[in-house]
Design a protein around this ligand. Structure first.
Ligand code: ATP
Ligand SMILES: O=c1ccn([C@@H]2O[C@H](COP(=O)(O)O)[C@@H](O)[C@H]2O)c(=O)[nH]1
Length: 238
């Protein structure tokens, strides 16, 4: 059997993808399918660090957050990612995967704080590390957290698992004429203002020479194909 293309990856899981077809929240079948994909990769010996988004929960509270102080709303968003991280780790436990949740904001009765050497130790031990609460700072996103943590743990690539199957010339959910890039440079993605990830995340990965693969987490087998280095999604590179 062929070997995975990477030893250590940073997987960014879209919070919104966790909703499945529900209007918000976590869809049980969807999280179980996602975790089955993750488990398949973890069981091959690939070291997995995960950053989870919060769009599925934060979207549900967004109307109530209207007019709120931006930083306060952002802290709510970060707390939403903690809930997703807990759900994800628990779902992994059900399939025999040991996961450790580490939070960027202090919430020690619930999850342990992010401590880089500890995260590296867990990865070396074969545990899946789930980074919660993004970067711990308002005005950022979990995509930037993925770029940051990916750099910190020396991941070979950031795998952005989302609801679309790659980077398009425009948002494919809004523009039916948008076409898919097989690969694109960071500079092009930033210059074209492609909204699939924020510019801060692109710039950090570019500066750290950390490639990104954007692919669909809803497509069966896509995560495994990406990890095996097969042709799937869009590669964003220097
Ligand atoms: N040029 C583009 N190519 C591909 N997708 C694009 C583009 N522009 C905008 N998008 C949109 O970007 C979205 C990225 O969604 P994703 O859920 O991963 O983002 P996120 O903000 O990190 O999510 P969450 O907050 O739920 O974690 C896609 O669903 C897609 O509709
Ligand atoms: O470093 C961060 C990460 C996230 N936030 C806030 O959380 C929500 C949810 O994150 P997504 O990346 O959209 O999934 C985000 O909209 C921010 O409000 C943050 O402030 N800092």
């Amino acid at each position: 059997m062929s070997k995975p293309a990477y030893k250590r990856v940073l997987l960014k899981l879209s919070g919104e993808a966790l909703m499945g077809d529900d209007p918000y929240g976590i869809n049980r079948g969807t999280i179980e399918r996602m975790v089955a994909d993750v488990a398949e990769v973890a069981k091959m010996g690939v070291e997995l660090a995960i950053v989870i988004g919060g769009g599925n929960i934060f979207r549900g509270v967004a109307p109530g957050a209207q007019g709120m102080d931006r930083a306060t709303a952002d802290y709510m968003g970060m707390l939403a990612t903690v809930m997703n991280a807990l759900a994800l780790a628990d779902a992994m436990r059900h399939v025999g995967i040991t996961a450790r949740v580490m939070s960027a904001i202090g919430i020690e009765q619930v999850v342990e704080p992010y401590v880089r050497p500890k995260a590296l130790q867990y990865l070396e031990e074969g545990k899946v590390v789930v980074f919660a609460a993004g970067t711990g700072n308002p005005f950022f996103t979990t995509d930037t957290a993925a770029a940051l943590r990916g750099s910190e743990v020396s991941a070979e690539i950031v795998l952005k698992a989302t609801k679309v199957d790659g980077v398009y010339t425009a948002d494919p959910k809004k523009d039916p004429h948008a076409t898919l890039f097989h690969s694109i440079t960071f500079d092009e993605a930033i210059a074209k203002h492609l909204q699939v990830m924020d510019a801060t995340a692109f710039a950090l990965c570019r500066d750290q020479k950390l490639p990104i693969k954007v692919f669909s987490i809803t497509k069966p087998g896509a995560l495994m194909r990406v990890v095996m280095g097969e042709d799937e999604g869009t590669l964003v590179h220097v």
